[in-house]
Ligand binder design. Sequence first.
Ligand SMILES: *Cc1c(COP(=O)(O)O)cnc(C)c1O
Length: 421
Amino acid sequence: MDHFHYKDGTLHAEEVALSDIAAEVGTPFYCYSTATLTRHFALFQEALEGLPHLICFAMKSNSNQAVIRTLAALGAGMDVVSIGEYLRAKAAGVPGERIVFSGVGKTREDMRAALLGGIRQFNVESEPELRALSAEASALGLRAPITLRINPDVDARTHEKIATGKKENKFGIPISRARAVYAEAAALPGIEVVGIDVHIGSQLTELEPFEEAYQKVADLTIALRADGHDIRRLDLGGGLGIPYTRSNEAPPLPLDYGALIKRTLGHLGCEIEIEPGRLISGNAGVLVSQVIWVKQGEGRDFLIVDAAMNDLVRPSMYGAHHDIVPLIEPAVGAAPHSFDVVGPVCETGDTFAKDRALTDLAEGDLVAFRSAGAYGAVMASEYNTRPLIPEVLVHGAEFAVIRPRPSYDEMINRDIIPNWL
Ligand SMILES: *Cc1c(COP(=O)(O)O)cnc(C)c1O
């Protein structure tokens, strides 16, 4: 459930008409709903009630300072996958002890920055990383709290580009080698083993792959404890899928996911960490865009909108579906009109939807791409010298621009002409 709905015939985010925001900031823009972010975070809190836990928002899904601050104020920790995200979390006021650092390619420089700035744990993904982290921590007179990210060789049954838990994926340490690597970790002077980490993929629409992975984590916890390791924290990653269409999809609910965690891992007495991104931010955001032209092609009509693949890359990158709805509520029984919805970028890949049944739309009409709060703004680029689009946060009846649209001068003046030109 989210807080985008028609009211008085026009699409609102909470109490604010999206057309009012469009009039003020121009299109295209991203709009996020505070109430929806809050609600989704609360669903996870509820789901894990009774277990000691920390919900670490996966910042890679949406890393705007205002979004992070909204969630941090509710008690969220943060899962970061780069030192840039770490610095963003810190800048938003998240203390180091609520930040976990994931990712396969942390550099020594990243490690030092996080060690000095304070960190809850590093989720270590390889032996070279483990050894380097020990050396860097030792040099600073510290011990780095770590989990090892285990690759459980489980098929997440999701899009191949976002499946991360199979043995052929670059992520984690093969579970078959886990005990040996834990033994090495325990012997390293700069390392303090605190737990186990696993993350098998994103947009999972079934619970079974989680169950399979978490069962393996439970078995490994027991084995590692028998080996003498103090496994007290289990980081279970993110990945719970969301409905991208209003009609037929029903991915598992956080409550059922929580029950699964309790059933598979609750008896171990560990603190549970989860790293949801998409489920918190995805349906908390829309991308509002304006129709530039309606163009008649051969056997099809193109709706050319002012948003493009550089603003929302998921359709061209993953073949992802986003519901598209007009800001003016269509009349009941309005005749459907099918469009190919495309952006202005000079690539055929700049296509949001093919043969999409919408109602009749005309030049100047406004539409919203739903479910765009996760992996939307964060994946945007300036391809075709298109400015990064503004982000707006709604809070009840108020809204604020939380990242402005840059001017063309700002974009152009970042380039430097060398002195021989
Ligand atoms: C991407 C990612 C997440 C978040 O995944 P969602 O599907 O957005 O919940 C969590 N943890 C790690 C390590 C990730 O790479």
